[in-house]
Design a protein around this ligand. Structure first.
Ligand SMILES: Cc1cn([C@H]2C[C@H](O)[C@@H](COP(=O)(O)OP(=O)(O)O[C@H]3O[C@@H](C)C(=O)[C@@H](O)[C@H]3O)O2)c(=O)[nH]c1=O
Length: 182
């Protein structure tokens, strides 16, 4: 497993070792010992899997209670995955980072608690899987608007396209309206 620091403090891009052979491939997608050595000492309690079609954008989401660290990856298709640092004390507070995650590149992103997270689907279909360090808590869930101008995420949208959103994400909050972390 190779670990790459990203432009955001504590967000890590992971390149697992992929063992290819005539049958296909094998990789470890989670190993508590290996990841602890890489600085990810996470106690995961929930695994999620979503499927989305091209042009769908989910996010940018986080929970204020039961804050979740997420280890995310794509097992079919590709997405542009984004994290936004919501921690006032962080040197990268208010900044975003985006990266392509795909079934082909096998990359995983570690998004700790204190970040908003979302992704935009760039393939016909994308199957997205992630591990979470705390449970789903809809009562404390926040959707930060994907297109908030203060954050300024540069999504890889085709010219003139707008992403397809959930009703909740259509009503995403502006940067100035969201609760932040210390
Ligand atoms: C996230 C989640 C949703 N659900 C249910 C609620 C709802 O009826 C349905 C769809 O929920 P949502 O629209 O919130 O799903 P979605 O937009 O995929 O939400 C996810 O987005 C990505 C970007 C994240 O980072 C995740 O943490 C999560 O917020 O699934 C659960 O039962 N458990 C969960 O953990």
């Amino acid at each position: 497993m190779n670990v790459e620091q990203t432009a955001l403090k504590d967000v890590l891009l992971l390149h697992p070792r992929v063992f290819g052979d005539e049958r296909g491939f094998f990789m470890e997608s989670w190993n508590a010992n290996t990841f602890r050595e890489l600085g990810i000492d996470a106690d995961f309690v929930q695994d999620n899997h979503s499927r989305s079609a091209r042009g769908i954008l989910r996010g940018l989401h986080y929970q204020t209670a039961h804050t979740q660290g997420k280890l995310v990856r794509v097992v079919a298709g590709s997405v542009f995955d984004v994290a936004v640092d919501l921690r006032r004390s962080s040197p990268t507070f208010g900044r975003w980072y985006g990266v392509e995650l795909s079934a082909e590149n096998h990359r995983m992103l570690w998004v700790p608690a204190g970040f908003a997270h979302g992704f935009y689907v760039t393939s016909e279909v994308a199957d997205f899987q992630y591990k979470c360090t705390d449970f789903y808590d809809p009562a404390s869930e926040v959707s930060l608007a994907w297109n908030d101008p203060t954050v300024g995420v540069e999504w890889p949208l085709p010219a003139g396209a707008t992403p397809q959103l959930s009703g909740k994400d259509e009503k995403g909050l502006a940067w100035g309206e969201i609760p932040l972390f210390n």
